[in-house]
Design a protein around this ligand. Structure first.
Ligand code: TPP
Ligand code: SF4
Length: 306
């Protein structure tokens, strides 16, 4: 099967049994604080995968470190909890090794746009076929409330007791400028919109970002549910055209009394990294091919690495 003809989702290969969201729940219950926005993101991802007819063995979730990065442990599929800020690098390797997997990367704004900012830019520009779900709470949750790259100017945190003097990262314009081909923003309290965005992102061929406002009820009292309720407007209600690059940039720059959620940009005709690799385009996933080494050779290599 060629890379070009495969999709992340087995739409024609209908499962014998339609799975439900609960089938994507793991045996481990989240230890997030009551009211944390990440609960909504987890539930909506489980619903989106069920509605797409995916099965756990077809999915790999990869995360970095943070409260939000614990998500793979709560999701019934293959999962990897990697290093802080390194989830995209690991996920790129996994996607290249098995391009038939649906690879979903999850984490927080610190993980994604701070320590992992370099990987974010390069994964977007390479158009790796991944879905990146960033639970953006504008603070470092796990390490108990320091400022993050998306903290607003003036925000008082443990590490900025007099208020942050830095301009925050804009994840949407950053993704667009670096060449991401699917750029969206969701809100953890709006499941209806978020599930649709997740389904579209997973089906998209290329690098798909959904930056999701996911309030940290313990350490960010500025950007809480009331803050977003007052400000959020949906792009779909404004007849925004996601193929219009200029309009996407303009809408992404809006931050104040109005903040937009929805699909800012989608470019469908840019090839993914895998589609441009001739070795991946023939013969199926590398992971399913013979290693090309004798048993002795592979054991010698393994021994050297142990
Ligand atoms: C190399 C390295 N540096 C720093 C840390 C400490 N650390 C763990 S999680 C984290 C930030 C988490 O914030 P975010 O990614 O926004 O996730 P959240 O906990 O808010 O969901 C930091 C700085 C670490 N684990 N590894
Ligand atoms: S500290 Fe914040 S981000 Fe972490 S679980 Fe609690 S509410 Fe969620």
């Amino acid at each position: 099967m060629s890379v070009g003809s495969t999709t992340q989702v087995v739409s024609s290969d209908k499962p014998l049994v339609q799975l439900k969201a609960k089938d994507f729940k793991s045996k481990v219950s989240p230890d997030w604080c009551a009211g944390c926005g990440d609960f909504g993101v987890l539930t909506d991802l489980q619903k989106a995968c069920a509605e797409l007819g995916l099965r756990p063995h077809q999915i790999l979730t990869v995360s970095g470190i943070g409260c939000s990065s614990n998500l793979p442990g709560y999701f019934n599929a293959y999962g990897m909890h990697t290093l802080h800020g390194r989830a995209l690098a690991v996920a790129t390797g996994a996607q290249m090794a098995n391009h038939e997997l649906t690879v979903i990367v999850t984490g927080g704004d610190g993980d994604a746009y701070g320590i992992g900012g370099n990987h974010f830019a390069h994964t977007a520009r390479r158009n790796v076929d991944l879905t990146y779900i960033v639970m953006d709470n504008q603070v470092y949750g796990l390490t108990t409330g320091q400022m993050s790259p998306t903290s607003c100017e003036g925000m008082k945190t443990k590490s900025t007791p007099f208020g942050s003097i830095e301009k925050p990262v804009n994840p949407i314009t950053t993704a667009i400028m670096n060449g991401a081909t699917f750029v969206a923003r969701g809100y953890s309290a709006d499941g209806k919109q978020l599930i649709e965005l997740m389904k579209q992102a997973i089906q998209h061929k290329g690098f798909a970002l959904i930056d999701i406002f996911s309030p940290c009820v313990t350490f960010n009292h500025d950007n809480d549910y009331a803050f977003f309720k007052e400000r959020i407007k949906k792009l779909e209600d404004e007849q925004h055209d996601p193929t219009d690059w200029k309009a996407a940039c303009e809408k992404a720059m809006v931050w104040g009394e109005t903040i937009y959620t929805g699909l800012f940009l989608q470019i469908k005709d840019r090839p993914t990294l895998g589609q441009q690799e001739p070795v991946l385009d023939q013969g199926g996933p590398l992971a399913h091919r013979p290693l090309g080494l004798s048993k002795e050779q592979s054991q010698r290599i393994l021994k050297r690495m142990m």
